[in-house]
Design a protein. Sequence first.
Length: 323
Amino acid sequence: MSLYSRARRFIDMSRVKELRKENIKKQKLAEVKFEQEKILAELKKIEAEEAKYINWRRDLGEGMTTDSLGMINLPADPDTIQTSIPSTTISSADNLGSPTEDGIVPRIQSFQVVDASKTDTITLKISGSFNTKTIDGTTLSDKVSVGVLNAAGNYGGGYLAGGGDNNGLGNGTHTLTIPQKFRKAGVTFDVMQIYAFDGGEGAQSSSVSITGVGLKRVNRMNVFVSLDDPESLPFHRGGLGGSEEKKKQLQDMLEAGNEWMVRNGLEPSRTSPGDIQLGPPPPVSVADGRRTSPTSTTPPQAVRDAYNMRWDPVMKAWLPNRA
């Protein structure tokens, strides 16, 4: 009689099988609990983000009613005109008053009122004949300036280009950054010749054509929008743009794991989204001396369904398919 045969006389094989099943069950339990802890940690993260969302809505002041507002992220789209503005012309018909004895007069033409809250750049093409004129030792230019009137009704701090510093815009296509304070609804951009030459000796200003005017969003932007704005649709599904759906999905996955525990006579997971220390589920020794691991053990059907898991013959593991 071989040593193996003699040993079998003293081994309860049914007990070995029972121990093996118990250890496999423990391994599966460890896997389910591990996945549930990850789900609970993700739920905690979502709840923390929602708390921040509620806080900024509460803390936002300046008389704004935040109950009807949400924040959205708008992607950069530098090649697209978000808002087109009709072309215009600056000519002597736009003179503000009569020219001085030296033939100097400001000319201003306003564009239409626009909503610049979702843009950061204005582009325009200028065509004209530009000159310089020296008066009392100072050389002046009749190039074009671009600005926005401030609350006091002047252009102090409101120039995007030019502004009487003789560095205005000449012929060509120009792209100007809109200052943050002008990225709002109901803003009007003006084009002007601060030193137009109309009479007197020397150079004379001709008409200037302003075409191809439009607002762009060159950089990504986070902006507040009204909840009746079509772009705010994610907020109708949750404070963080779909977080309610994500939470529902995670809750369903959590329940799937609990159902597997109940079917196997185990206590469902009672872990709350508190401080969770995650680590890989420990390997479990089986009765025949081999060790199993998450990559060599088939997950319970509930977990496979929840994560849409598939067997990868190359990795030799069950992997979640989130595609």
